[in-house]
Ligand binder design. Structure first.
Ligand SMILES: Nc1ncnc2c1ncn2[C@@H]1O[C@H](COP(=O)(O)OP(=O)(O)OP(=O)(O)O)[C@@H](O)[C@H]1O
Length: 290
């Protein structure tokens, strides 16, 4: 008997002109499954997906979209044993990069191999976070990029340079592992995964299923520091840098003393004076190539 797969697609995600071909390709490569397709609408999707998952039985759930759509579906599958297969369609898809899934072929490969992990999920002021959340340099860049009319890598590079020259400094209070620590940082990263969608390994210690997450404090100040940081990213090893500090924990309470911009899985959230980040009790069963 055929297994039942639910395929959730965000028709507005990314810039795949030919979604019909993409869907054909997915169905061709999942011949052992009866596939039911459901499109997001942008209105009340979390509720509708929750209802669909409660009322029908599925052996797997496939979700084609950006990080936002994958996160939306995952939020309705907390604690479920049904495996979730992400199909990256977004512009960055940082979570998929951490799972070794960069395109449809990688998704199909993960499904064929059948390797799944119980992925840790974070709560950031009660918003779910799958991949990472950061304050300062990168979040301000994400915000600038969102506000700018321009798109593409050249515009991203231009925004990064302006951001680097602005050299904004931030301070944070961290209540972590029973201590209160004050840190200065250009950027504070709370990471479940190990890398950004660009492939930059911001958190070499990151494992998606180790029941903890990392807080990475980065405070490069001089051209030499930035150069050392770039080399460390290339070597995928941040140890030995005196302007980088890493904590591992299940809970951190952050006081954002200088109003740094923050984003959670690519969605900018402004005016976050205090942020509580906790590892949730429930995980989500994700297909993975790593
Ligand atoms: N049918 C739809 N029409 C328009 N917008 C939609 C529709 N379905 C979902 N959305 C919106 O899509 C957004 C989520 O997009 P998602 O993050 O998955 O893709 P993306 O923005 O292309 O990817 P990335 O964040 O990687 O750039 C949400 O804001 C949601 O409201």
């Amino acid at each position: 008997m055929l297994k039942h797969a639910l395929l959730i697609i965000n028709p507005a995600s990314g810039n795949h002109d030919n979604k019909i071909d993409l869907i054909d390709n997915i169905t061709k490569n999942t011949s052992g499954y009866k596939v039911t397709q459901w499109n997001t609408t942008g209105e009340n999707d979390a509720y509708k997906i929750g209802h669909l998952l409660d009322t029908e039985n599925h052996d797997i759930v496939m979700v084609a979209g950006g990080d936002g759509t994958i996160s939306l579906v995952a939020s309705q599958m907390l604690g479920s044993d049904t495996p979730l297969l992400p199909i990256p369609l977004g512009s960055a898809n940082g979570l998929c990069a951490c799972l070794g899934i960069q395109n449809l072929d990688d998704s199909i490969n993960a499904l064929k191999i059948g390797n799944t992990i119980q992925m840790d999920i974070l709560s950031v002021n009660e918003t779910i976070c799958l991949h990472l959340c950061d304050f300062g340099f990168n979040a301000a860049l994400v915000k600038k990029f969102e506000e700018s009319e321009e798109r593409g890598m050249i515009s991203y590079f231009k925004s990064s340079l302006t951001q680097a020259f602005e050299n904004n400094k931030f301070s944070f209070g961290l209540d972590i592992n029973g201590e209160t620590v004050l840190v200065d940082a250009k950027m504070l990263v709370i990471a479940n995964g190990d890398r950004y969608g660009t492939g930059v390994k911001i958190n070499p210690l990151g494992k998606l299923n180790d029941r903890k997450f990392e807080v990475v404090v980065l405070n490069p100040d001089s051209i030499q520091d930035w150069t050392a940081l770039t080399l460390a990213f290339l070597k995928e090893d941040l140890s030995g840098l005196d302007f980088v500090e890493v904590f591992q924990t299940k809970r951190v309470h952050i006081t954002n003393l200088k109003d740094a911009v923050c984003h959670v899985d690519g969605e900018v959230i402004d005016d976050q004076k205090t942020v509580l980040i906790e590892l949730m009790d429930k995980s989500v069963n994700f297909f993975s190539n790593v």
